[in-house]
Design a protein around this ligand. Sequence first.
Ligand code: ADP
Ligand code: MG
Length: 246
Amino acid sequence: MARIEIKNLYKTFDSKNTAVHAVRNASLTVENGEVVVIIGPSGSGKSTLLRTVNRLEIPTSGEIWIDEEDVTKPSVDIRKIREEVGMVFQNFNLFPHLTSLENITLALLRVKKMNQKAADDLGRQLLTRVGLTEKADVHPAQLSGGQQQRVAIARALAMQPKVMLFDEPTSALDPEMIKEVLDVMLDLAESGMTMLLVTHEMGFARAAADKVVFMDAGEIVETGSPEQIFEHPANARTKLFLDHIL
Ligand code: ADP
Ligand code: MG
């Protein structure tokens, strides 16, 4: 059974009285433990598609199943979805007034109702996992972008999600910090985490992706193995995009 099943998804925004068809008839399956990378030009609907999976956007029509549950139905428990589906954004989105450890433990205390000691222990374990054992007690402003993003990943992992979504997690980073974040993501992929992500890091896609999805103008144009998409793209639009970026 697929972990995520997106069926005929549409998302239309009304912008200044014109309809923007951000996602058009997208269907996509992510199996348990799979790493699926979405690529495509700016404005092609990648973020919108990703954001519908944890209900940051409500689809106009279509279905998204996470395990046995249709998360597009109005009665769905959004808080439960956000626990099950972790998300990491381009701009880290850490709470500036909290330390690294407090950023990670906040939801453990408030949502999972863990006691302070258990939350701190788990928080420190996760900081170690992302290589930041020494940074538990500092605030985001005292961390580099790469370190902040690793705290954000640790924070998402704290909820023990079934699935992790990443939207251009390294796009806001200086080049020398990209690798430290990609290494954490590779490690996560190898640990068996189900991951759906948007990235321009084609090296990461080649190394980690089970499937690469090319989107253009709101549509999923082509899906295949990294080898198929990068070496033998079937669609002219995929070829054109790859010629521009590779
Ligand atoms: P990508 O992530 O591939 O760059 P997006 O999903 O962000 O693309 O955007 C797809 C299209 O939807 C773009 O035309 C964008 O301007 C539009 N869009 C995204 N979010 C909104 C919104 N909240 N309101 C209106 N238009 C939006
Ligand atoms: Mg985007």
